[in-house]
Design a protein around this ligand. Structure first.
Ligand code: SAH
Ligand code: ZN
Ligand code: ZN
Ligand code: ZN
Ligand code: ZN
Length: 439
């Protein structure tokens, strides 16, 4: 068959790039049985962002190893987290007129540094309110393949936070959710009786300028790497320990670029960390989790987390043209909440059209009809789906049953089947780029 590329995962003794241990992949070329293994950067799927590459069977000379170490050292952020915390303390002592933020370096400036940034664009008079909303001050890193920083619309963020509180959680492990973290932090500083705490784990080190080591860990969710070493790992472990019955939930909104297995492997390690904190063990329970991801990854997520189910709630974003709220005439967001909590407990807002299906025992979107044959509310995208007797399941309203392919698909498709399943939906007949889920 055609060549393919597969992730083997984190491997013991893997070489490191500036983003921590590299991941092991295997590449099989056309007609060959045995694949060749190689290591590549876990975080950056764009070679422009990190070009780390090494064949697994490649002999590395001492000189090359030394050069690599040197390279990794030189590609660390200019300040440590500790230094950034101290800088922040000094920054807030400055009068408003002296508080500058360099837009080019994305850095708070102390007066002694102005000179160095004199030909850079900067913002003046940075207020306390601005310091408390770093996600507004920093520009979103939208480069698709690496950071893919898409920030929650206020409505969705409020909804998530209220939902967590109503469910009784008092601690939130925010993995790649800076805006949720920020909303929690600012409520803490504004409302005396607000008792929710959050720890942000994110690869975006710019946030270390605004949060202490107890509030932010520089973390890579594709290889479970804590850049701050054992101390940062310990901060996370402590946070997961549920003192005084303060229940913990993890909320994550990873980049959608694929590598679901790498994410799942890291999330399982975070879950294990939670489990180990409890002396009596959490019986057979899993750490509660919200994994925010597009609906077309449902089967991939369930492969790794069979206890999860997908909620109908559409998560909206501020800076994503496509993923905004449907009701206002724009495109509907494909992004959903996957959770291991009992679906009936996840109450979705009725004012946005969600209603409770007593047969499914969960809230569903307004257009989602309960199919008598499937005995479930089958729509994934919010539109009403139709049942196909030949496929024995409900399909998108725009699909039709192709007798050649003996499955439902888009009217416009080519019947030749590709050998390997699509990377996105796992079905045969098309490649990832032509996946009908993405259309
Ligand atoms: N909707 C969320 C942001 C999600 S965007 C919110 O508004 O809070 C994806 C987030 O994951 C970004 O914050 C990005 O910096 C972070 N991220 C991207 N790659 C990562 C990695 N390898 N490890 C940890 N975090 C990562
Ligand atoms: Zn890298
Ligand atoms: Zn139903
Ligand atoms: Zn059906
Ligand atoms: Zn069909």
């Amino acid at each position: 068959g055609p060549g393919s590329l597969a992730l083997l995962g984190p491997a013991p003794g893997a070489p490191s790039c500036p983003h921590g241990p590299a991941l092991l992949f295997v590449k099989t070329s056309q007609g060959k049985e045995e694949g060749r293994r190689f290591y590549a950067c876990s975080a950056c799927r764009d070679r422009k962002d990190c070009n780390f590459f090494q064949w697994a069977d490649e002999k590395m000379s001492e000189t090359r190893l030394a050069a690599r170490e040197e390279y990794n050292r030189n590609h660390q952020p200019p300040f440590t987290h500790r230094q950034n915390v101290d800088r922040y303390k000094n920054f807030v002592l400055l009068p408003l007129s002296k508080r500058r933020f360099c837009q080019e370096c994305q850095q708070l400036l102390l007066p002694a540094e102005w000179e160095k940034h004199s030909d850079h664009q900067f913002l003046c008079g940075i207020t306390t309110a601005q310091l408390k909303s770093p996600s507004q001050l920093l520009y979103p890193l939208e480069n698709k393949k690496t950071n893919a920083q898409y920030l929650f619309a206020d409505r969705s963020c409020q909804f998530l936070l209220n939902l967590l509180i109503d469910l009784g959680f008092r601690r939130v492990l925010s993995v790649g959710t800076p805006r949720l973290h920020e909303m929690i932090q600012s409520r803490v500083s504004q409302e005396e009786e607000f008792s929710v705490r959050s720890l942000l784990l994110d690869i975006d080190f710019r946030y270390s300028q605004f949060y202490t080591e107890d509030e932010f860990c520089h973390y890579n969710m594709f290889n479970h790497h804590f850049f701050g070493g054992e101390a940062a790992r310990e901060t996370c472990r402590k946070f997961l320990y549920e003192e005084d019955g303060e229940r913990v939930i993890m909320v994550t909104d990873p980049p959608f670029g694929g590598l679901v297995e790498a994410l799942a492997s890291s999330f399982k390690k975070l879950m294990a960390m939670w489990k180990e904190t409890e002396k009596e063990g959490h019986d057979n329970k899993e750490m509660p989790m919200f994994w925010i991801f597009p609906y077309f990854f449902e089967s991939r997520i369930l492969d790794f987390f069979p206890s999860f189910s997908m909620m109908d709630y559409q998560v909206d974003y501020d800076n994503h043209a496509l993923y905004k709220h449907g009701k206002t005439g724009r495109r509907q967001s494909p992004v959903r909440i996957f959770t291991n909590l009992t679906p009936s407990m996840i109450v979705l807002p009725e004012e946005e059209g969600y209603r409770f299906c007593t047969l499914c025992q969960r809230y569903v979107s307004s257009g989602n009809q309960h199919c008598e044959i499937c005995n479930s509310c089958t729509s994934k995208d919010g539109r009403r789906w139709k049942h196909c007797v030949l496929c024995k399941k409900c399909v998108k309203p725009s699909w039709f049953h192709c007798n050649n392919c003996s499955c439902c698909t888009l009217q416009k498709h080519s019947c030749e089947k590709a050998d390997v399943g699509c990377f996105v939906c796992g079905k045969a007949g098309h490649k990832r780029s032509a996946c009908p889920s993405l259309s």
